[in-house]
Design a protein around this ligand. Sequence first.
Ligand SMILES: [Zn+2]
Length: 257
Amino acid sequence: MSQIDSILGLPDLSIEQVKRSEHVEVWCRPKMRPACIYCEHHPVRIKSTHHRVLKHTRQGNQLMILHLALPKYHCPECNHYFRHPLRGIRPRLRATESYRLEVFEAHDGGVSQRKLTLTHNIGSATVERWYQHHIQRRVSELSGRDCPRILGIDEHFFSRKKGFATTFVDLKNHKVFDVVLGRSEASLRRYLSQLTGRDRVQFVVWISLKPIVRSSNSTFLKPRLLLTVFMSSDSSISISCKSGTNKTRLVEKIEGS
Ligand SMILES: [Zn+2]
């Protein structure tokens, strides 16, 4: 890959011509003719070529526009037709995936739709649609995750309006698993009851701001060990340990120094 091709960030394309005017306009075409996507026969013949124009990132304060010449192929072996498959460019869309991600990240970081219509040359409805698309994709990625085996639960103050939030942490891999508004068992009940893979949770460490002895039955989790740590304002720590198998409970208070 040449230096100018690597700047483009699309590994399947090679640059043929670049023109700088109001925008940076780049003409490119696929580097290689692929094997048939149906039967992997090679070579395939080019049946026709169609042109696509796509928005693709900003270079400095200039918008980069791609002019793509994309072949449509015919496989002589299985008689199928197919368009050239590309990574980072989806069919029929008028912007590359990296451009859509750039708009999403800018809007997510606080750049207004009005500002993005000026800098990225798109309508505010498009910004909203791309934002919603990425949010839905992230939610579906997160909802498929299994609950961690060693779960840390920590309550903390979120905002004056929304009150407290609860952070769920994967203690084995040292990663935040999720953050949910509310801290009482009643407010978390719906979230916990729908948690995928909650049966695999073996250990729970619940750091609480209230001196409550938690019951694993009421949290929909059935760990082998539930450890509740209450940190009081005078720096003393109360630890309540409940085993899910023999139902014994140990409460110990450690005075702060
Ligand atoms: Zn084929």
